[in-house]
Design a protein around this ligand. Structure first.
Ligand code: MF3
Ligand code: CO
Ligand code: CO
Length: 293
């Protein structure tokens, strides 16, 4: 079902990369938990303009890292590229030092690299990317007090037909979710269209990890499922809302487990996964994608 390739295993994580003290850190860096955001998900025009800037930096970083995905590169090298891009644009890479679950270490790098059967939150390390791998890169920029978050799937080299189809269908699933996000509808409409589209190809949509409100907080508390969660998650979509849509589709079962590093999430059956993510603002007409370079 999924192409033949050794399973991904833990590599060696390099030393933490520096961030100059001139770059402002999010409040959670150096703390055990991120503060709970109380300010809701509808933002004023000034805040949205700031989110546009962070989202554009995140999108530029994603494109730059994507250009470096090729057989032979290490995921640590991809982290270096993303880390430097974000700093060069006066922003902080939001995942660096993001608090983990109770008793777990903070995330140690500037982006997540999740290869093949790794669903999400893979830690960049000495892992060498091989021909045909699907490399998910998830990178977030923080500037002027707000975050912009995005993810893309890149195939190293040409890739198998199955891998290319999974990546294309996942991108189309995200696009359909974005088109469904109109004011007045419930948030759960988004996951319904994503899950339905994935099922046409026999793919399962991951349930345990979701889209989220984003902006003044990395994760505001608003949850955007990528499956049909109705009657749950009936929050009404409103103009001025900012959130992500970030479906993860699996060739096989979406059942997953976490590695003992406290972060890496893998499919139980080893089936391969693709993911795309955009940050968007809701307007009177629908969703406007902000994470564009
Ligand atoms: N960027 C991821 C998301 O889309 C979150 C990564 S948190 C990390 O929500 F700590 F794993 F990096
Ligand atoms: Co992300
Ligand atoms: Co996100």
């Amino acid at each position: 079902m999924s192409p033949v390739r050794d399973k991904i295993t833990k590599g060696t994580v390099s030393a933490r990369r520096d961030v100059p003290s001139s770059i402002a850190r999010p409040e959670y860096v150096g703390r055990k938990v991120a503060a709970t955001w109380q300010g809701g998900d509808v933002h004023d025009a000034e805040t949205i303009e700031k989110i546009r800037i962070s989202a554009k930096i995140a999108a530029g970083a994603l494109a730059e890292v994507g250009r470096h995905v090729a057989p032979g590169v290490t995921t640590d090298e991809l982290d270096r590229v993303g880390h430097e891009y974000v700093l060069d644009h006066g922003a902080y890479p939001s995942t660096l030092g993001y608090p983990g679950a109770a008793g777990r270490p903070p995330f140690p790098k500037a982006l997540c690299t999740s290869v093949n059967e790794i669903i999400c939150h893979g830690i960049p390390d000495s892992t060498v990317v091989e021909e045909g791998d699907i490399v998910k890169v998830d990178i977030t920029a923080f500037k002027n007090g707000v975050h912009g978050d995005n993810c893309g799937s890149f195939i190293a080299g040409e890739g198998s037909d199955e891998a290319r189809q999974l990546v294309e269908v996942t991108h189309e699933a995200m696009t359909r979710g974005i088109k469904a996000a109109k004011p007045g509808r419930e948030v759960n409409v988004i996951g319904r269209v994503i899950e339905k589209y994935a099922a046409r190809f026999g793919y399962e949509s991951v349930r345990n990890y979701t889209g989220h409100g984003v902006g003044p907080a990395f994760h505001t508390g608003l949850v955007v499922p990528h499956y049909d969660a109705a009657p749950m998650h009936d929050d009404i979509i409103e103009p001025g809302m900012v959130f992500t849509i970030e479906p993860m589709l699996c060739m096989g079962s979406e059942a997953s487990h976490e590695w003992d590093d406290g972060w890496t999430v893998a499919t139980d059956d080893g089936s391969w996964v693709a993911q795309f993510e955009h940050t968007m603002v809701i307007t009177d007409e629908g969703a406007e994608v902000l994470t564009l370079p």
